[in-house]
Design a protein around this ligand. Sequence first.
Ligand code: PA5
Length: 405
Amino acid sequence: MTITITNNFHENASSETLGSLKLRSDLTTLKETLPLFKLVRQDQDITMLEEVAQRFKHFKNVIVLGTGGSSLGGRALCDLADEPETTLHFYDNIDPHTFKRLFKKIDLKTTGVIVISKSGSTAETLMQKMVCLQQWAAQSLPIKDHFLVITEPTENAMRNLAQSYDIQTLDHPTDIGGRFAVFTLVGLLPAMIAGLNVYQFRNGALDCLKSLDTSLMEHPATQGALHQQTLLSQGKTISVLMPYIDRLNTFALWYRQLWAESLGKNGKGTTPIAALGTVDQHSQLQLFLDGPKDKFFTVITTHHMDPEFTITTHLNHSNISLFDQKTMGQLMAAEQQATIDTLKNNGCPLRHIHLDEINEYILGYMMMHYVLETLAMSSLLNVNAFDQPAVEEGKILTRQYLKAA
Ligand code: PA5
């Protein structure tokens, strides 16, 4: 399986910048030292997860609690699964209405709960978990049979709470941050429960990473960052990612978080926007085409050659006869090409990524591509991709306000 990512954003986008030297040195260091890159080069950790995945496959539903990087990657992966026997439900918010609706809808007896928090101190995830514990306890269900926690092997609230209920607790790697954690048990365990081939997912990630060994500066991710630096210098401050594939909708949300939280620092960064074709043709596309010229685009397409849903109609109305003997996929293919051409005709910088198939390997490859592109961009912008200091103030205030409530 091959994926070709060509950074044809703009004919004038140069790949040589003043930051190239620093970029080469930073990428070389990361390539040799980043714990995430070491992790994807082996698969013993996956073997160890098989037993836990089996335990959760016995449930009809599995609720995954967590937020940000502890939720989006796993969700994006699970969106590949066609009708898994166990249905995964990702809850990343704390709207009481949503939880009331959830408890009305599912049978707790046949539902498992996986709670993910690297730090073990995220208020939202702790609240979600305590709410669920009370629900299961109220029905006298054996908590330790239904719950599992993933958190760092440190002294933290999530781990303490798990111990007090005798809940099995798996270690979140201490050296891989939330938004980079999709390649760890955080993304893999939910995917295994959904019946996906996570070895293929890792292989895709690894193949993308390996090509860094042979072509550090020519790697599409490095080139992508270099092109985006040029675009940024031309006032293009907004990066739109628009797949024409429903199964990649959450992948675009995952990208948005990775890009925003890793790069938006010290007044720097580009603003990521997640869009979905064709839906956003009827929502954001007008702005994309005719609003401020401050955006660049990555459109992801596939063949949509599925022969299902061929229309047969004899109605003699031009707007209907057009559909005769055409499939739903053909309309999708026509629309994605039309958007690409319209963006180009309107002078919008565009990168087109075409995927022959959508599967675990491809998603692993694409996610690693974006991790690399993010890291390359952080080097060019001279920001630390691995922290998020600005959001800490809000967390401190939240605790104060809750205490006073
Ligand atoms: O990417 C990140 O670091 C964040 O989005 C975290 O994943 C998010 O804040 C949740 O943190 P934790 O896993 O510690 O609960």
